[in-house]
Design a binder for this molecule. Structure first.
Ligand code: ATP
Ligand code: MG
Length: 235
């Protein structure tokens, strides 16, 4: 079953065309990755799906319903959550206050339940419920940003470069958690510059180059693709 279907999406910032007519889809239950270099248009794509940027044209259907023109909080209510690039945690709020913010579309009873699930995936956050988010390590802030997105109980979780700036051991940990979240039923759209890790966990991937999708295939297939190896995997 197709969960997200993007057709001929164009997005620009003034005169700069950042996304130039891309189409892709994500099936329920999949991990799908979008890889590409700096400035390829990955974040623009995610932010547009999340309703934060209005596209010039194109269609974004989520479970058959058009998302273009719908406000971001309504998109969250429909079951789509974004964990943004650079974490963007609320630094002057505690861990638990940050998580509360993620659950603003849900009832208190629902949030109490979801909080338990989030703490199961991220025991480190549970040990730090009253710590100011700004004093967390980079890896812990990433976990918090993911936990905050999960509080809305998304059907589709979009992650924008979750491994950015993290030590290799933490990168491994974050990718294990991504796989665990997927196993427990969350469909995942993963944007990464770390193509090697992303293609290892993804069922399918798309390669974005200066606003256009230039290649698509299975994660395993793209990992051994000559062009992909040369451009994104160091040869
Ligand atoms: N707010 C903005 N105003 C003007 N141009 C922008 C804006 N945000 C992004 N761009 C431009 O759009 C293009 C795509 O940027 P985007 O952030 O989507 O790339 P990205 O693939 O996420 O890159 P990175 O890997 O560095 O995060 C770039 O050329 C960028 O300079
Ligand atoms: Mg980006």
């Amino acid at each position: 079953m197709t969960m997200l279907s993007v057709q001929d999406l164009h997005v620009s910032y003034g005169a700069i065309k950042a996304v130039k007519g891309i189409s892709f889809d994500i099936d329920e239950g999949e991990v799908v990755t979008l890889i590409g270099a700096n400035g390829a248009g990955k974040s623009t794509t995610l932010n547009t799906v999340a309703g934060l940027i209005k596209p010039d044209s194109g269609s974004i259907k989520f479970n058959g319903e058009e998302l273009v023109g719908i406000r971001p909080h309504k998109i969250v209510e429909r079951g789509l959550a974004l964990c943004p690039e650079g974490r963007r945690v609320f630094t002057h709020m505690t861990v638990s206050e940050n998580l509360d913010m993620g659950g603003y579309t849900r009832t208190d009873a629902e949030n109490n339940e979801t909080l338990e699930v989030v703490y199961e995936h991220f025991p480190r956050l549970k040990e730090r419920t009253n710590q100011m988010a700004g004093t967390l390590s980079g890896g812990e802030q990433q976990m918090l940003a993911m936990g905050r997105a999960l509080m809305s109980r998304p059907k589709l979780l979009m992650l924008d470069e979750p491994s950015m700036g993290l030590a290799p051991i933490l990168v491994d940990e974050i990718f294990e958690i991504i796989q665990a979240l997927n196993k427990s039923g969350t469909t995942i759209f993963l944007v990464e510059q770390n193509a090697n890790m992303a293609l290892k966990v993804a069922a399918r991937g798309y390669v974005l180059e200066t606003g256009k999708i230039v290649k698509t295939g299975t994660g395993a297939g793209l990992l051994v693709d000559d062009d992909v190896r040369k451009a994104y995997l160091g040869g």
